[in-house]
Write a protein that binds this ligand. Sequence first.
Ligand SMILES: [Zn+2]
Length: 277
Amino acid sequence: MSKKNKPPRPEPETLALPRLGVDSHAHVDLADFDADREEIMDRALACGVARTGNVFLGPEAYLKNRHFFAHRPEVFFLLGIHPGEADQHSPQAQEAMRQAFQADPRLKAVGEIGLDYYWDTHPHDLQERVFRAQLALALELGLPPVIHCRDAFDDTLRVLVDAGYSGRRLLWHCFGGDDNQARTLLDHGWTLSIPGPVSYGANEALRRAVAVIPLERMLIETDSPYLSAEPWRGKRNHPALVGFTARCVAEVKQLPVEDVWAATGENARTFFNLEDI
Ligand SMILES: [Zn+2]
């Protein structure tokens, strides 16, 4: 079939979702959005995304880019050093993060932090030290951690349990595992955030996991600009597209999309302790 005959992808506006949803995890401060950041955030609101969690990858990015959202009260902040940048961690960076969290009430969680053995850019012992230091910071601040885990499930679990996080408020970002892994995380009392790849044809295992995750323990996210849900797979992701992830979750759970939208939005407000705006 020629490209010309392909039907156009439906725009997120066609989902007609009320302004109750939350994108729990996006990187709208990245340069990918320099040309149209304002339009992208206006569009999220127009598509029913009431709040967006912007994840700053380290204290420098936070200090440099937070002004993008000075006039955007719908954006709340996360801040942490990603395992792919573990060598950016230092006592000075840890102290810069502590000061940022103490000064800025818009910072709601320590993340994304964790272990990444897929890209495996840093030695595992370094990744683990940096992860543990930031878990300790989250505990000290009384804020939840948001976990990045790629091909490192057993070690991530070991560190979290060892650090005393079983039964504590914790979000497992971009969950991509199967139903057994989901049950393990649920047993520890944690919340799981479901990304766009749940909609990909080959991801039957993740859909089986979504089927066993109670709606009240679930958030949804874009991880913009990465990992767009169908029908936007392969294109730049942005917060307005999180509605397609809600639609896929709703199909799996055989619920109206509006129910998934409102429930995951409310869960995010509770999890991140978001004030009304
Ligand atoms: Zn991320």
